[in-house]
Write a protein that binds this ligand. Structure first.
Ligand SMILES: [Zn+2]
Length: 90
């Protein structure tokens, strides 16, 4: 399989891509958001996103600088469903 390379967003170092994943780096994607003056596609189309790679060295450096937020789901609420006969017009 041919190996592609991609550059780190921050330092530009080239990382080998293996099956869509960078060796020694992390892929970040964004679907854009309201407020951006550069990338704010329609949320209803859901057909495009941006993708960048950051090498592990840069990621560690930025984490040490405290500029990376880590999110984790700490609790899932069980969904509560309401089922009723559908009556058009109600
Ligand atoms: Zn880097």
């Amino acid at each position: 399989m041919e190996s592609d390379q991609v550059g780190c967003l921050l330092c530009g170092d080239k990382l080998d891509m293996n099956y869509g994943n960078p060796s020694g780096g992390t892929v970040f994607t964004s679907r854009g958001n309201y407020g951006s003056t550069l990338f704010d596609p329609s949320p209803f189309a859901n057909t495009e996103h941006l993708k960048v790679v950051v090498c592990d060295t840069c990621l560690k450096l930025k984490a040490e600088q405290g500029v990376i937020q880590h999110f984790a789901v700490v609790k899932y609420e069980e969904p509560i469903y309401k089922v009723a006969t559908w009556k058009p017009g109600d």
